[in-house]
Design a protein around this ligand. Structure first.
Ligand code: GLN
Length: 196
């Protein structure tokens, strides 16, 4: 299986290392030819506005959207979660998303960069110890359709917000497993989402 990591901006190298930990040699992709050849895609954390602008500028936007819509297994972390959302609450001017999960996300939902934090999460499909969530200017899921499975949530001021979700072949997390050295989310993506 050829797993691509979108390498336009953000922490794509860390995702490549996490794939390596799982015994998979991923490939950094940033051209239409490369994206046409992959079987699965990881969209890294970073800045979703920049990633979407670069995808437009390099003429990759429609290709990525179409491949996801056609069933290519895809995992987005943080900025990547924003990019696979159907819509964004208060999007930066003209920010578009690839789509993939019928949800609306709120960008920077937990506050600014300096309000970044780590917390242990109950991650429904991952057994063993709680998963350490690293949240850096992270989004949360504001609302989602019935077809979206919530895998982990975080309670803020008495309200539970989904922070890990899956819809069919698309997985998204608000947080950054690629920064933790714990590869269980990547394994779940490779072993369950990609092999559905
Ligand atoms: N706040 C960023 C955005 O809107 C995401 C931050 C991240 O990926 N760590 O794209």
């Amino acid at each position: 299986m050829n797993v691509g990591v979108l390498a336009l901006q953000g922490d794509f190298r860390e995702h490549l290392l996490a794939l390596g930990d799982c015994g998979v040699t991923g490939n950094l992709v940033k051209s239409a030819a490369e994206i046409s050849q992959i079987d699965a895609l990881i969209i890294p954390g970073g800045e979703s506005t920049t990633i979407s602008k670069l995808a437009k500028a390099f003429d990759l936007f429609d290709l990525i959207s179409k491949r996801i819509a056609d069933g290519m297994p895809t995992y987005g972390s943080c900025a990547g979660m924003i990019l696979v959302a159907k819509s964004i609450l208060d999007p930066a001017s003209q920010q578009e998303t690839f789509g993939g999960i019928d949800m609306q996300v709120r960008r920077n939902a937990f506050g600014r960069q300096t309000e970044s934090f780590e917390v242990d999460l109950d991650f429904k499909v991952i057994s063993g110890a709680p998963f350490r969530g690293v949240f850096i200017r992270a989004p949360w899921v504001e609302s989602c359709d019935k077809g979206v499975e919530v895998l982990a949530s975080l309670e803020v001021a008495g309200v539970k917000h989904p922070v890990a979700v899956r819809q069919a072949h698309v997985l998204a997390t608000s947080f950054h497993p690629e920064l933790t050295g714990d590869n269980r989310v990547h394994r779940y993506f490779l072993e369950e989402v990609c092999k559905k």
